[in-house]
Ligand binder design. Structure first.
Ligand code: ADE
Length: 232
């Protein structure tokens, strides 16, 4: 998969996508991630990409030209899925990550001003928010999107199972995990996990996932029951 990131702060993106699972996915060409400073597309002699808002008001507004120039330069035939990050976008979720991961190519724009020219929206296919809070810019949001998408690409994780069993994959939170020691400061590993009985372990894990989701995320639990036709 190819991912291009348009940002004014490449230094916020590059080090993160060079580490750990993202770094390995790049090295093994599972993900080709390119970070572009779209200031280079500014026609302004000072390379400014923002301007005063028409109608007045506080703050500067990201201009449409450098963004569209960057898009045309990267993707003249409009082949990529173009993703705009903003707090006004549709809420991001695991299922949205799965949908994005099906694309061969995505281009992500990180806004970094109090706002951007409304016409920028016309050049994007989807606008995503990573949550109901305002970040100083789209860079951290882009990293959240990239990380959650790349780990779903075949071969990105060592163990294919681990993405399949993630929290949210079936709309539930994940069951609890334990490793050695068997007892730590009086806290014991549940006996069932030491039983060697794989069917019992699987059913315990399922129960725990349901219990945990019901307690912590009643919204997800209700949605799960609805999908299942109200049983459970
Ligand atoms: N840019 C600023 N805040 C954001 C958010 N919550 N999601 C996506 N992009 C953003």
């Amino acid at each position: 998969m190819r991912i291009d990131v348009l940002t004014l702060f490449p230094g916020m993106i590059e080090p993160v996508v060079s580490e750990s699972i993202l770094g390995r996915a790049r090295e093994t060409e599972i993900a080709e991630i390119q970070v572009h400073d779209f200031r280079q597309y500014s026609e302004d002699k000072h390379r400014r990409v923002d301007d005063y808002p028409y109608g007045g008001g506080a703050g500067m507004v990201l201009r449409v030209e450098p963004v569209v120039k960057a898009l045309r330069n990267l993707d003249a035939d409009n082949s990529a899925l173009r993703v705009l990050l903003s707090p006004q976008g549709i809420p991001y979720s695991q299922s949205r990550a799965r949908t994005l991961a099906k694309n061969d190519w995505i281009i992500i724009l990180c806004g970094h001003y109090e706002g951007f020219d409304e016409r920028i929206r016309d050049y994007f296919d989807v606008e995503i928010s990573i949550g109901d809070y305002v970040l100083t810019g789209g860079e951290l949001a882009a990293l959240v999107v990239i990380d959650s998408v790349v780990r779903l690409l075949p071969g990105a994780l060592n163990n294919e199972q681990s993405a399949a069993e993630d929290s949210f994959t079936d709309g539930l939170l994940e069951y609890p995990h334990y490793t050695r020691p068997r007892v730590f400061e009086g806290r014991k590993v549940p006996d069932v996990l030491l039983s060697g009985d794989h069917a019992r372990i699987a059913s315990w894990r399922r129960e725990q996932a349901l219990k945990r989701t019901k307690e912590r995320r009643p919204d997800l639990y209700e949605a799960y029951l609805k999908r299942r036709g109200g049983s459970d």
